[in-house]
Design a protein around this ligand. Structure first.
Ligand code: AMP
Length: 376
């Protein structure tokens, strides 16, 4: 067991690491973040910040020797980096899980081979593969680069055969996955945690809406049938078991009109859709990650009330500094900002959370407040 006052190493330095560090420091742990950047969202609240490239294995070794356990807030860390760290210190979740989940093709293959429901997909290496696969899967379909994609980056929708060649060109030689486009009813996620002993906890089903492929709003509890709820949680549990997972995990799903769940993506870390647990639950997804990787008992995932979260993207700054005073006039609203100096379009700068009698009401509050933020 890794006790308070120990140092937790975190690969990555964004907002997920920042919220993790806040929780870890609340419980008396020290935090050391490793990423190529400096003065980062995580670094600003961590005890130590190493700014080095992930490929700098000497720096990785030094980092790994200086901490008591390593975890991630960013899964696209090269395998060699994780393997190097693992020679000196325990790493959770394991490098092999990261290796699977950082590549869409490996992830979907793992899921399909283990009997999990996913949208029909094909591996694309050549233009010929793409022609054949579009013929098999039909249109519309979505072409996604296999590696290093998030928030819709590297995705193209193919609506007709004429769009195949430009879509292939767009890959610039990268391997890809072609997926059937799913006319989903809604998108939901299950944020869960598993510890070394196999104990499992979850936050039920969270409902998500995306704008331009980026998560816009999440609320809990999701509006789904009991059957869907039970199935989604069961799938998340099986995924975690299958991996021998230790830490916080998110399973993102499409829910079809006939109530079928398909896994869209796994996140081997706390997830944007679980940010609302920070304010709405007895134990947040970040504290749960800390407890799991330190070998502490997992905490209660009970919700104080239904809740909703909206992301604040750089776009909110278009007309200048948002009107924070106005936002905070609502005394029950929680404002989270990630300490990023430069607001860019589409960049996640912060989020708002509200608790209310119903999730619907909470959604209304966060949406209204966000709208008023840009009002002069
Ligand atoms: P991803 O980066 O793959 O999670 O995709 C981001 C978002 O794009 C998803 O949350 C969906 O809203 C949309 N999307 C991705 N793949 C599909 C698909 N096969 N069918 C329908 N929508 C999709």
């Amino acid at each position: 067991m890794i006790l308070p006052n120990s140092t937790i190493g975190v690969f990555g330095s964004g907002q997920l690491g920042r919220m993790f560090a806040i929780e870890a420091r609340k419980m008396g742990y020290r935090v050391h973040t490793f990423s190529p950047a400096s003065d980062t969202p995580t670094g600003q609240v961590a005890d130590f910040e190493t700014s080095a490239n992930y490929e700098d294995l000497e720096a990785v070794e030094k980092f790994a020797r200086s901490v008591d356990v390593v975890t991630f807030e960013f899964e696209n860390v090269p395998s060699a980096t994780v393997e190097t760290a693992a020679q000196f210190v325990a790493v959770h979740p394991q490098g092999a899980i990261l290796h699977t989940t950082q590549n869409r093709l490996r992830e979907k293959t793992f899921l399909a081979e283990n009997g999990f429901p996913v949208a029909p997909f094909r591996h694309i290496k050549t233009l010929d593969d793409l022609y054949h696969s579009v013929a098999e899967i039909g249109t519309p379909a979505v072409l996604k680069t296999a590696g290093f994609g998030y928030d819709g980056k590297g995705q193209v929708k193919i609506k007709a055969v004429g769009e195949i060649e430009p879509a292939f060109e767009n890959l610039k030689g990268n391997e890809a996955v072609l997926e059937a486009f799913i006319e989903f009813e809604k998108e939901v996620s299950v944020v869960a945690a598993r510890d070394v002993r196999g104990n499992f906890t979850h936050y039920g089903v969270i409902e998500n809406a995306h704008e331009n492929h980026i998560l816009d709003i999440s609320f809990a509890p999701a509006i789904v049938s009991e059957k869907v709820f039970a199935e989604a949680v069961e799938i998340a549990h099986s995924v975690a078991e299958n991996f021998g997972y230790v830490g916080t995990l998110c399973v993102e799903f499409f829910l079809t009109k006939d109530e079928k769940l398909l896994i869209n993506e796994l996140a081997p870390r706390p997830h944007n859709s679980g940010h609302l647990t920070f304010d709405a639950c007895v134990t947040s997804q970040f504290e749960q990650q800390l407890r799991a990787v330190c070998g502490l008992p997992l905490g209660s995932t009970e919700f104080y009330a239904p809740s909703a979260m909206v992301n604040l993207l750089g776009d909110v700054w278009n007309a200048g500094e948002p009107n924070w005073e106005r936002a905070l006039e609502n005394p029950s609203l929680k404002l989270h900002l990630y300490g990023k100096a430069e607001p860019r379009i589409g960049r996640k700068m912060g989020h708002l959370t509200a608790l209310a009698k119903t999730a619907e009401k909470a959604v209304e509050i966060v949406k209204n407040v966000r709208q008023n933020l840009a009002a002069r």
